[in-house]
Design a protein around this ligand. Sequence first.
Ligand code: S3P
Length: 427
Amino acid sequence: MEQKSITPVRSIQGTVQVPGDKSISHRALILASLANGSCTLRGLSGAGDVLSTIDCLKGLGISITKRSGAVAVKGKGKHGYKKPKKALNAANSGTTIRLLSGVLAAQPFVCEIDGDESLRNRPMRRIIEPLESMGGHIESVGYKAPLKIFGGPLHAIDYASTVASAQVKSCVLLAGLYAKGSTRVSEPAPTRDHTERMLEEFGAKIGGAQNVVCVQGPAELTPTDIDVPGDISAAAFFLVAACLLPESSIAIENVGINPSRIGILDALTAMGARVERTEVSNLNNEPRCTLTAVHSPLTAASFGGSMIPAIIDEIPILAIAATQAHGNTVIRDAGELRVKESDRLAAVAQNLLAMGAQIKETRDGFVITGPTPLHGAEIDSFGDHRIAMSFTIAGLLAAGETVIKGSECVTISFPGFFNSLEQVCVA
Ligand code: S3P
């Protein structure tokens, strides 16, 4: 296990590039693999999770090659996968296992998909139940990975998901590509809609209203080249660092600003942050822009309800911002954080307490009272990339040395994180 020592800096300044959006990268690879011909993907993330999707698709007989800064995927159509020779390995990636399971449930073969220790502990009943009600059959022990998927014909369903999860919604929609008629998913709160947007780009018929989406099956996917924007979840670390460190100003180019993902911009703005959007454009149905953030005094705010899915991955870094905001910042309705790569509510509380912050963990969130000066501490990343990166930012403003244990896990979503950060830090 690697450890990284972080010492305080005065400010961050300059321009930074973030990896391609992880969620969009997974979808681009999966849809391209199902298209009737070759697709070129630009700006694809090189994150560990995305490599896991590539690895699984290769195991299913799909050719994926690097070609002058882009990735070429030879789609073989919806029925082109080959039975894998061994179990597919989704490693740490919930998106890989949950989205691919929707496709695998419709294949004319049996296969197994597994993951690392963290993934094996994450809930899979949420995808097994809807897939089985479509006629699929999946064996598991206690609804956890490894999953043994007995592929076969599926029929359309009208599914009311009880959890606000884009992974569940996407799993059912992908399975719906194989079912005759309209497969409909409703969710308790709107979640990221990259799957719907990209399916439309690939020519599928998508419909729906607020909190409901449907796909018309069986659908054929037209080969489409995709340009993946930068990942706002990766940009969030730099935005918060700029807000908190005096005299900071940071520009992040070509960041995806899909409305279902910009909760972090809304949250920071509500707390008084100055984040500007320029160079706004739209490509492949996904808006993008340059984000510029400058040092801003923050005040506390409360976040809950339907706002939570839009900030779900950014709550750990928002917690760091909250330690420097005046008043009580409240997060509620975020119980889903307990079943991410780690129990992120517990991980944030334990590590912030170690740094001297005032935090009270609740069943489905926390209350942070600020501002409090932070001091360096030994941080347990729990092998969770977003915890490691959030506490690296905390370490930049803490007095003394902060040690991030298990820092190598940042490669799961942001392989060049420490280098990119170093380049903009002003001592
Ligand atoms: C993701 C959806 C979210 C998010 C995860 C990526 C996706 O999970 O936390 O990092 O790409 O669909 P849930 O949809 O399960 O909340």
